[in-house]
Design a protein around this ligand. Sequence first.
Ligand SMILES: C[S@@+](CC[C@H](N)C(=O)[O-])C[C@H]1O[C@@H](n2cnc3c(N)ncnc32)[C@H](O)[C@@H]1O
Length: 345
Amino acid sequence: MLLARQVLTVALKGPDGMGLRKRGARKRQPGSLLPMRKKSHGQGGAGPVEQKLHEPVMVQEVLDLLAVGEEGLYVDGTLGSGGHAEAILRKGGPGVKVLGIDRDPEALSRARERLAIFRDRLIVRKGSYAQLHLFLEELGYSRARGVLLDLGASYEQLTSPTRGFSFRESGPLDMRFDPDGSELTAHQIVNFWSQEAIEEVIRRNSQEPLASRIARSIVRNRPIKDTHHLAEIVSRVVPRRGRIHPATRVFQALRIEVNQELDHLRRAMDSIPPCLEDGGRMCVIAYHSLEDGIVKRAMKGLASRDPSFRILTPKPLRPKPEEVSRNPSARSARLRALARGAEGG
Ligand SMILES: C[S@@+](CC[C@H](N)C(=O)[O-])C[C@H]1O[C@@H](n2cnc3c(N)ncnc32)[C@H](O)[C@@H]1O
């Protein structure tokens, strides 16, 4: 297996506790699932600059649980930079197509470019995975063979100085997956919402025990101008807990609120299973307990109400230690899967 021996890893942490990392150069060989380095031209005219792409998590486990075969339509509901979609397209025969959905227009263009070699085996739609049934209808498909949701934010989103997802990059307090969609940004929440409403957002979306103290400090220190300013305000009132940055949970809570992530996930867990064909499978990778709790309850509820659905992962699968040491972003991943139809399907 062509895995990253040459990789030099420097662990960083993302705003939602996801580790990020910088690496040294490594070779990507044809057919390899190593994250691609995209070439772009820097402004200094010094020739092409390579950009690292998001590294997909638990790829082999996803391929096994989706049981990718010779044909069928698979939906990657969180296309991101296309890492999982690439794995599905490579594993599947020429009869396998992928419908890739993402709320983020920048992610869609990256994935389109990366997956151009698959031509019409890739179909791309901008929107939420919660609208998957509508996309299937529009494209004339009645059902899908497999669906993957890899929740949360991508490496590119978390490290972009213009998107405002991370306290590690100085940037505007935006945090929208779709900058053309809703007008609600993190800037509006921290600068204009009441102290009570901010406290509620932090408590509900991150279970931060110091939510009240943080909300008070945010309101007292207005106007809050950017991500670094917010992180500094939070750090003043929250003690550091081990290696986790004090602002981690607050950034997670704001991102969830701005994008209504838990609401989209709840709706998807209702609307996606009926879109699976007989023998079809659904995989969800969650990165924190709020998301994982929603997935677990929805899958259990469905399997107990409707015997045509069965749970493939009585306990969530976790990434192997080798994967976590190669890619610290994977460390909190929990993968759950559901099948429709009889065993063997
Ligand atoms: C962890 S990344 C996925 C990475 C992808 N699996 C890969 O291999 O590159 C999560 C992606 O989901 C997208 N996303 C988040 N919520 C979404 C939603 N409700 N519908 C569609 N995409 C969503 C984000 O914009 C982000 O690009």
